[in-house]
Design a protein around this ligand. Structure first.
Ligand code: 6PG
Length: 473
């Protein structure tokens, strides 16, 4: 008998997904470019007791033949060219109605391109965002599916069985056509960047502004994990802060170089936001902070030039907690606005409540907060979270603390890129009369771009030359 599903690419994520699938009772054919990885996988599957559900096939054509039709073939290779190449290799081996499920962190426009390319050939293409890291892949990730809806139904039983569960509800959904799944995964990562950066900024206030050691910071995060900030990222932050380095006998976090890596999804989120004309200052700030972090040598030179910051700041732990909550509300507001806007532009019909729901478990940003968001979006048509009544109440309570923390940070020379840009967004968003009237005046002055005066017209101009002449006289 043939396998229920196939998977190509037995790296850490691929192997863990395959083990998860086999564990849930499905037979899975596996393939990998290098055969030793296949052997190692078979051994691992046997050790876990479900070896008999694994069909190892080193030859790609035989591998495809070993999957039952209509075929669902997961590819878990590096995003970019390896995905393009794999599609070309598979194409002549597939039959009409079969589907490729690409489960890496691909750029959504690449996914859209593959979807459009395969559609007229009768081959389904699903761009699937999988979140939760290696552990998630093995024991229950959050799964954001986009692409061919008909073929989603073929793969649905398998994907549903392996997904994380929130109070029994599987964290998986088909979200929309084409690149929708990978787009949503990208914004998930953008939000992840914002969460991580704001946590790091608050840690900076504790470490540098309040003089707390790593163990004391760890205690705070552990306590916060019991409250409104309860989330996977707050939880692991506590663990990261309490870990000790065996060699130096010091907290491990103090030994780790302060230079953050990034693989692209944060930047893609920021670019998408800018292209859509949606402000996403928290995500942009988080990406910028990672870029600054990577310029270690420049920072060393700049500190020598401008001097090292010193001294304590006057801020309470409770204020830091509330500030983080307010910053998080803004960051999620922005992320969901980007999603809503992309959905409208692409005609994806994305449901914000569904997205919040499948992020409640399994993924990196899973949290209590997302459960509140899922309920809020379900009962409200607003796409800006700040306008949803429950969150407006939270924001009214928490924003004064954000303001105090950002002020203390600014005066205390503590960099709070993400928190301060969240506050600036909030203050701009809630200002009925802003200052773009001046921008319009300037644009008209130097480029005759025109401005609007209500009741008088939309393409008006100032008499700038005569005004200048008058001033000169
Ligand atoms: C997840 C993570 C995962 C991965 C990212 C992180 O949802 O499981 O987001 O996709 O950790 O690649 O990206 P950076 O390497 O850019 O931080």
């Amino acid at each position: 008998s043939k396998a229920d599903i196939g998977l190509i690419g037995l790296g850490v994520m691929g192997a863990n997904l395959a083990l998860n699938i086999a564990e849930k009772g499905h037979t899975i054919a596996v393939n990998n470019r290098s055969t030793p990885k296949i052997d190692a996988f078979v051994e691992a599957a046997q050790a876990e007791g479900f070896g008999e559900r694994v069909v190892p096939e080193a030859d790609l054509a035989t591998f495809v033949q070993s999957v039952k039709k209509p075929r669902s073939i997961i590819i878990m290779v590096k995003a970019g060219k390896p995905v393009d190449d794999m599609i070309e290799q598979l194409l002549p081996l597939l039959d009409e109605g079969d589907a490729i499920l690409e489960c890496g962190n691909s750029l959504f426009s690449d996914t859209q391109r593959h979807f459009d390319y395969l559609k007229p050939k009768g081959i389904g293409y699903l761009g699937v965002g999988v979140s939760g890291g290696a552990e998630g892949a093995r024991h229950g990730p959050s799964i954001m599916v986009g692409g061919s809806k008909a073929q989603w139904h073929d793969a649905e039983p398998v994907l549903t069985s392996i997904a994380a569960r929130f109070k029994g509800e599987p964290c998986v959904a088909w979200l929309g056509e084409g690149g929708a799944g990978h787009f949503v995964k990208t914004i998930h990562n953008g939000i992840e960047y914002g969460d991580m950066q704001m946590i790091a900024e608050v840690y900076g206030v504790m470490r540098d502004g309040l003089g707390m050691d790593a163990a004391a910071c760890a205690e705070v995060f552990k306590r916060w994990n019991e409250g409104p900030l309860n989330s996977y990222l707050i939880e692991i932050t506590g663990h990261v802060l309490e870990a000790m380095d065996g060699e130096s006998g010091r907290p491990l976090v103090e030994m780790i170089l302060d230079r953050a890596g990034q693989k692209g999804t944060g930047v893609w989120s920021a670019i998408a936001a800018q292209q859509l004309g949606v402000p996403a200052t928290a995500i942009e700030g988080a990406v910028a902070a990672r870029s600054i972090s990577s310029r270690k040598q420049e920072r060393i030179a700049a500190e020598a030039l401008y001097g090292k910051r010193r001294g304590k700041v006057d801020i309470t732990i409770d204020d830091l907690e509330q500030a983080l909550l307010a910053g998080k509300i803004v960051s999620y507001t922005q992320g969901f606005s980007v999603i809503a806007s992309a959905s409208e532009e692409q005609g994806w019909g994305l449901e914000l409540a569904t997205i919040a729901k499948i992020w409640r478990a399994g993924c990196i940003i899973r949290s209590r907060f997302l459960d509140q968001m899922a309920s809020a979006f379900a009962g409200d048509a607003a796409t800006n979270l700040l306008m949803v009544p429950d969150f407006a109440t939270l924001m009214k309570e928490a924003s004064p603390a954000l303001r105090r923390v950002v002020s203390a940070g600014a005066l205390g020379e503590l960099p709070l890129i993400c928190l301060s840009s969240s506050l600036a967004y909030f203050d701009s968003y809630r200002q009925a009369r802003g200052t773009a009237n001046l921008i319009q005046g300037q644009r008209d002055f130097f480029g005759s771009h025109g401005f609007e005066i209500e009741g008088r017209g939309t393409d008006l101009h100032g008499e700038w030359p005569s005004l200048i002449e008058q001033a000169a006289e």
